[in-house]
Design a protein around this ligand. Structure first.
Ligand SMILES: Nc1nc2c(c(=O)[nH]1)N[C@H]1C(S)=C(S)[C@@H](COP(=O)(O)O)O[C@H]1N2
Ligand SMILES: [Mo]
Length: 264
């Protein structure tokens, strides 16, 4: 069941919450004192304490308020998401070289996944739960895209990813396209999840290559989900398992306060 926003929330709450969450996303890492102080002040000033019903007097209530605001904002963003709007694409000459690496660990701990034994798991609300080898995925129709990756840590870069249209893949495995979420489990224990509308967006790619070469380990071998409509942390690298579900699957950074929708 979808609950439509009341006109009041759509006008007032929407603007206030979007502003707050975008500032939150651009503030320092979750849990740092500066970020908490910012939250405490801005939430009180903006009357957001009242909106969330949290007192914001201690760490626990700040956490609760943050997660409530994030969920309200997810709903608003979901309503605003336009499945037909495309993210900008760029000429090859604008590719950022070298493309940056980022993960919740350093370059010395990049996960090496073995190609020959690798099988992608597909579970949950799908008709065909068969595992996929890399050659099988490479045999599907491939698309190339040059798009901008935006990380909330304050950098962005243009890269070229190639692979299978994720909507095509979901239809191929007989996914229930009316399900709410698609979740991802990664070889480095990272995890994240997205809404079905974004999963089916025409630019959402199950990427197998970077700049025409098999995805190198640092960019997420054997595959990553590349979405130019979403922030960097929503784009999982080293995907091991994909599942379709109606139960909110959360994510690594999302659990630490990053906005779940994380996109446009
Ligand atoms: N498996 C996995 N995927 C991940 C991450 C991670 O730590 N592990 N970090 C995310 C973040 S915050 C960013 S900005 C991008 C970085 O991708 P890149 O190394 O290709 O630039 O990967 C995203 N996907
Ligand atoms: Mo990021």
């Amino acid at each position: 069941m979808t609950i439509k926003p009341t006109p009041r929330l759509a006008i007032d709450g929407d603007a206030v919450l979007k502003e707050a969450v975008s500032r939150i996303s651009h503030a320092s890492k979750p849990g740092t004192p500066a970020r908490r102080e910012f939250l405490r002040r801005s939430l009180t000033l903006g009357g957001l304490a009242m909106l969330t019903g949290c007192s914001l007097t201690d760490e626990a209530s700040v956490d609760t308020a943050l997660s409530r605001i994030s969920r309200i904002n997810d709903d608003v963003q979901g309503w605003l998401f336009d499945p037909n709007r495309l993210a900008p694409t760029y000429p090859d000459s604008m590719i950022t070289r070298p493309f940056p690496f980022n993960a919740y660990y350093g370059q010395d701990q990049i996960r090496e996944v073995e190609e020959s034994s690798f099988r992608l798991e597909v579970t949950g609300m799908v008709a065909d739960k068969r595992k996929w080898s890399l050659p099988e995925l490479r045999a599907m129709p491939q698309i190339d895209q040059v798009t901008r990756h935006i990380c909330v840590e304050g950098w962005s870069a243009i890269g070229k990813w190639g692979g299978v249209s994720f909507g095509h893949f979901l239809r191929r495995v007989g996914a229930d396209l009316s399900a709410k979420y698609v979740g991802f489990k990664c070889a480095d224990d990272y995890f994240t999840s997205i809404d079905m509308a974004t999963a089916l967006h025409s630019q959402t790619l199950l990427a197998l290559t970077y700049d025409g070469q098999p995805l190198p380990p640092k960019y997420g071998f054997p595959m990553k989900l590349r979405m130019p409509t979403k922030l960097g942390y929503k784009n999982p690298k080293h995907i091991q398992a994909i599942y379709v579900t109606n139960m909110y699957p959360s994510g690594y950074w999302e659990d630490q306060g990053y906005n779940w929708f994380g996109g446009s």
